[in-house]
Design a protein. Structure first.
Length: 168
């Protein structure tokens, strides 16, 4: 993983317990998430001017502190264990297509007029399942048999038999 696959990660720095660090960084104004590599607390900010807020790590907290000198980012680990501090841009959220934006599109309403909720109807999500997989030696496979053939093989385990595939 690197900046090409995670361009929203603007800064990722390991901090020892009690360590403070100031690094040169020119970040564009906008929404950010301050967090650690571990699952746990995070802090969303909408930075619109002045110095970037300090990223403060506590034992089980992540917070925004006083602004740093412009052109720098200040990080501080006030906890008792080493942590990896992350500053993540949230600018992509403005481009995310959400349910309320989709249902407001005229094309959606034209195509699914029978399926649109009536005023007062409510919808909720009971369960969400995410599957992440990593195919070993996939780069070599793509190089050996070509993009289209390799993609077909990689996608095969995810195909639902009998749905949308005439080969079933």
């Amino acid at each position: 993983m690197g900046p090409m696959s995670t361009p929203h990660i603007k800064l990722q720095i390991a901090l020892e317990p009690g360590e403070s660090r100031t690094v040169a960084a020119r970040l564009p104004f906008g929404p950010y998430r301050l967090r650690t590599l571990e699952i746990g607390p995070e802090c969303d900010i909408d930075w619109q001017g002045g110095g970037f807020p300090m990223l403060l790590l506590g034992a089980n907290t992540v917070a925004a502190g006083e602004p740093a000198v412009e052109g720098t980012v200040r990080l501080e680990n006030r906890g008792n264990r080493a942590r990896i501090a992350i500053i993540e841009s949230r600018a992509w959220v403005a481009d995310a297509l959400t349910a309320d934006r989709v249902t407001a599109l005229q094309a959606f309403r034209d195509l699914f007029s029978e399926d649109v909720l009536r005023p007062g109807d409510e919808v909720s999500i009971g369960k969400v399942t995410l599957l992440f997989s990593d195919l070993r030696v996939s780069t070599a496979l793509y190089q050996k048999i070509g993009d289209a053939n390799a993609y077909r093989l990689v996608r095969e385990p995810f195909r639902l038999h009998g749905q949308g595939d005439s080969r079933s």
